[in-house]
Design a protein around this ligand. Structure first.
Ligand code: ZN
Ligand code: ZN
Length: 169
């Protein structure tokens, strides 16, 4: 699944503008790494970005991908998901949105909800620090994992684990 190509171009343009503003050199590798994240709905890890680019960019090292993604994150052009996952994953969707996460395979998809955007954070949260954004993470077992599980066990469709977790970043 891919992000709409106009949206990808819009994100790439924003990256180029930000790079010019911050005095960050726009190398071919950096643009391709950003484009890969910007075009994906998978919230890819550095490893999967590297895997996707390696066939047409054989000289690209995993280390460069890591460093570039960290740079993009510092520039505020991608956000990271986590903490608590072994591998950081990156997200170029800067619009307010929420996540569905499969607890089994880690599939992560965006969804929008005006109701969830308007959620009010308990006052007790202020004790930890300032609140800049709220996003809701809905966790469960994705339909693909559920099907595979059903195939393996020969059982009927398993009841999906449901739960919502709110994280404030
Ligand atoms: Zn899954
Ligand atoms: Zn996202």
């Amino acid at each position: 699944m891919q992000v709409d190509e106009h949206e990808v171009e819009r994100r790439v343009e924003r990256f180029k503008e930000a790079a010019r503003g911050d005095g960050v050199k726009l190398t071919h590798q950096r643009i391709e790494i950003f484009r890969e994240v910007a075009a994906s709905v998978d919230h890819p890890s550095a490893e999967s970005v590297h895997r996707a680019l390696a066939p047409r960019m054989p000289t690209l090292s995993l280390d460069t991908v890591y460093r570039t993604l960290r740079l993009l994150s510092d520039m505020g052009l991608v956000s990271t998901l986590g903490p608590g996952r072994e591998v950081a994953r990156f997200d170029a969707n800067l619009a307010q949105h929420h996540h569905y996460v499969c607890a089994r395979c880690g599939l992560t998809r965006d969804f929008e909800s005006e109701e969830l955007n308007a959620i009010s954070v308990p006052e007790s949260v202020a004790e930890f620090g300032s609140v800049e954004a709220t996003h809701v993470e809905v966790r469960g077992v994705c339909s693909r994992c559920a099907k595979e599980q059903a195939k393996k066990s020969g059982d009927t469709y398993p009841e999906e684990a449901k739960g919502a977790e709110r994280s404030t970043t």
